[in-house]
Design a protein around this ligand. Structure first.
Ligand code: CS2
Length: 490
C-alpha cells in the first residue's frame, strides 16, 4: 500500500504541485458545498491564482450535510489529486488551495467563526440548484424547502445557505466587519441576482434591519462555471495512486477543459483567477444562457433519452448515431435562441461540446445528469423553447427533450425495472396516468415548472404529447430513430 498523500515533496516529477508555499497564505474564502465540482473548478483556479499572484486566498471548504469530504481531506491537510483526462492524455496535479475541510454537522463552531472572520472576504457556493431553497417563480425563499423552514424557525442556529449567510452577515455588521462577497457557482440563470433575492427575502423575515443592508452593501457577482466532473468512482482513487504513488481518498477526475466567466464585482478584493483563464466581464448573461441552453440543455436531453435507451454513460450515448444526430440538432436549435455571445463562435462551441461529451476517459453517468430534472428543465429546455416559440423556430428539439424527461419521470426502465427519480419534486411529478396526454397535462399543471405561455401553446403541447406517446408505445430506441429520421428528412 502506498503512503497517504500528506505532502508534495515526494511526488513523481510528472505530477504538478502547488507552486507556492501553502502555509504562507491565509484563508480568505469560505466555500459551501465541498464536492467534486468545487475541487475540479474554483479550487484549481484559486491554486493557479495563488501561484501567479499570491495573497491570503486559501479556502476553508465546508460541506453542509456530509462529513465524507472533510474526513477524506483533513488527514491529507487539504491536499488532493486532480486527474485531468481527455483525448490528449491523462495528467495528475496536486492542488493545495484548500486549507481546511469542515463539515457543518461536526465542525459547527469553526464554520461559524470562519464565516465571521474579517479575513474571509468571499463566500463561494456550489450547493446544486436545489440547495438554495429559492422560489424560482416568485423569487425569494421557498417556504417548503426543509433548510429554509428550519432556518426561519431558528435563525440563530442556521443549517442552510440562506440562514448561514444572513446570520454571518448580521454578525459581521454588528462587529463592524465588512461583508463578504457572495459568489454562487451553480448552474442557475442570473445566479448572483437570484441568491441576492434569496438572502434579502430571508433577512426580511428574520432580521428586517439587515435586508436593506444586504441589498445595498453585499456584492453578488454572477458567474458561468463549466467543467464536466463525473461523480468519483473507485477507479479514480486507483488511478490517483498509480499516477502519484500515494493513496488519496480525496482524488477527483475531470476533463481537461475548464471555463469560468465572472462578473467583476468584488469590493473586498479577489484572487487573480485570470491566472487560470477566468474571464471577467460586465454581463455574464449571454455566456450563461449559452452554457445552460447548449451544454446543459443537450446534457439533460441526452441523459433522459440515453438512460431510458440503456446507455449508462455519456460516452456510450456518443456511440449511438441517431442520438448523436439529435444532440447536434439540439445544439443548433439552442444556439438559435441566443443573443450573440461576445468572442464566441457558437458553431465551434457546439463542435467542442460534442468532442467533450465523447471524451472516452470520463465515466459520466447519464443517471447523474438525470437527477433533479425539475430544477434543471426550466432554464435548460423550457426557456429556450419559449424563445424558439417567440422567434417562430422549430419546437421539435425541445419537445423531444421534454418528452424524454417525462418518460424518465415514470421511474421504470423499458424492462419494467424501477429506479429512484432523485428529484425534490418527485411527489408532485408522480401520477397514475398512463397515457401521454394525461401525463403531459399533469406536469404542465404543476406550478413553477413549465412556463404558462409554453403550456398554453397547442403546438408545444401537441409536440410533447406526440413524442411521449411514441416513447411509451414503441420504446425509446425506436423513438430516437424516428425523431432522427424525421430530422434528417427535413
Ligand atoms: C450536468 C452538469 O449534472 C448535470 O446536470 O449537466 O453538471 C455539467 O456537467 C456541468 O454543468 C458542466 O460544467
Amino acid at each position: 500500500m502506498s503512503p497517504r498523500l500528506t505532502a508534495t515533496d515526494d511526488l513523481p516529477s510528472a505530477v504538478a504541485r502547488p507552486a507556492y508555499r501553502r502555509e504562507a497564505h491565509g484563508v480568505g474564502i469560505v466555500h459551501l458545498g465541498l464536492g467534486a465540482f468545487h475541487k475540479a473548478h474554483q479550487a484549481v483556479a484559486t491554486d493557479d491564482a495563488l501561484a501567479a499572484a499570491g495573497g491570503d486566498w486559501r479556502i476553508a471548504g465546508v460541506s453542509l450535510r456530509s462529513t465524507a469530504p472533510s474526513e477524506e481531506l483533513t488527514p491529507q491537510g487539504g491536499l488532493y489529486t486532480l486527474i485531468e483526462r481527455d483525448a490528449d492524455g491523462t495528467r495528475a496535479r496536486v492542488v493545495g488551495a484548500i486549507a481546511e475541510a469542515l463539515a457543518l454537522t461536526t465542525d459547527r463552531q469553526r464554520v461559524l467563526d470562519v464565516l465571521c472572520a474579517p479575513q474571509t472576504r468571499i463566500v463561494t457556493l456550489t450547493v446544486t440548484e436545489k440547495g438554495y431553497g429559492v422560489d424560482r417563480e416568485a423569487g425569494g425563499v421557498d417556504l417548503s424547502h426543509p433548510a429554509i423552514a428550519a432556518d426561519l424557525a431558528g435563525p440563530d442556529a442556521p443549517v442552510g445557505v440562506a440562514g448561514l449567510l444572513v446570520w454571518a452577515l448580521g454578525r459581521r455588521r454588528a462587529a463592524g466587519v465588512a461583508p463578504f462577497t457572495v459568489l454562487t457557482c451553480d448552474n442557475l440563470p442570473e445566479n448572483g441576482r437570484v441568491v441576492r433575492g434569496l438572502l434579502v427575502d430571508f433577512a426580511r423575515r428574520t432580521a428586517p434591519d439587515l435586508a436593506d443592508y444586504i441589498a445595498a452593501e453585499v456584492a453578488f457577482p454572477a458567474t458561468m462555471v463549466d467543467r464536466i466532473t463525473p461523480a468519483r468512482g473507485p477507479e479514480t482513487l486507483a488511478l490517483a495512486e498509480t499516477l502519484t504513488g500515494h493513496e488519496d481518498a480525496a482524488a477527483v477526475e475531470t476533463e481537461a477543459f475548464t471555463q469560468w466567466v465572472i462578473e467583476d464585482r468584488f469590493p473586498s478584493g479577489r484572487p487573480a483567477w485570470e491566472a487560470s483563464g477566468a474571464i471577467f466581464v460586465d454581463d455574464v448573461r449571454p455566456y450563461e444562457d449559452m452554457k445552460l441552453r447548449m451544454l446543459n440543455g443537450a446534457h439533460s436531453m441526452l441523459a433522459y433519452a440515453g438512460f431510458v435507451a440503456g446507455h449508462a454513460h455519456v460516452r456510450d450515448v456518443m456511440q449511438d448515431a441517431p442520438l448523436v444526430a439529435l444532440i447536434r440538432r439540439h445544439l443548433t436549435a439552442a444556439a438559435a435562441t441566443l443573443e450573440p455571445v461576445p468572442g464566441v463562435d457558437l458553431e465551434r462551441y457546439a463542435d467542442d461540446l460534442l468532442a467533450r461529451f465523447a471524451n472516452p476517459h470520463l465515466a459520466h453517468q447519464t443517471y447523474q445528469i438525470a437527477m433533479d430534472g425539475s430544477q434543471k428543465m426550466p432554464q435548460r429546455i423550457f426557456a429556450p423553447a419559449l424563445e424558439a416559440m417567440r422567434r417562430n423556430q422549430s419546437l421539435a428539439p425541445f419537445a423531444f427533450a421534454a418528452a424524454a424527461w417525462l418518460r424518465y419521470t415514470r421511474g421504470r426502465g423499458e424492462d419494467g425495472t424501477r429506479y429512484a427519480l432523485r428529484d425534490p419534486r418527485e411527489a408532485a411529478l408522480a401520477t397514475d396516468a398512463a397515457d401521454a396526454e394525461a401525463i403531459v397535462a399533469h406536469v404542465e399543471a404543476i406550478a413553477g415548472l413549465v412556463p404558462p405561455a409554453l403550456a398554453a401553446s397547442a403546438a408545444w403541447h401537441g409536440a410533447v404529447v406526440e413524442r411521449l406517446g411514441r416513447m411509451l408505445a414503441q420504446g425509446m430506441t425506436a423513438a430516437i430513430r424516428h425523431e432522427a429520421d424525421g430530422a434528417a428528412a427535413r
